[in-house]
Design a protein around this ligand. Sequence first.
Ligand code: SME
Length: 148
Amino acid sequence: MNSIIEFLRESTSSASTFDEACEITVRELRRLVPHFSWVGIYVRQGEELVLTAWDGPEATQHVRISVGQGICGLAARTGETVVVGDVNADPRYLACFPQTRSEIVVPIYAEDDVIGEIDIDSDKANAFTDEDRQLVERIAATLGGLHP
Ligand code: SME
């Protein structure tokens, strides 16, 4: 885990904008962790989450999500990581891809504010371990530190 965090810290430190750091993060995370099937970063704009970077086999129709809506909106509203082991059993889930079975959403903090979040879908049920959660939370902290 530490090598992925170090690698991402180094690769994002050379990014010239926050959006570019998000692009690098989604691309590399998906490449490095096989069960991360789709990786996206939403940035908060007022009461909306706006999809800023993503990497995966297909685009999502959910490019803007209201705070409070879906798993993404829940994580933004509460400021806490949400892990859903079986998306089909969770009524809060907003469906994107038919093959998705589990999801993790981790808020990105800059100082005390949630400025966005990392959203990862997996095609495997119960894919996200405690170690994945720590990994993504530490990457979110790196990105939060880069936010202007
Ligand atoms: N499933 C999310 C919506 C975003 S897609 O996974 C890309 C949710 O429930 O908020």
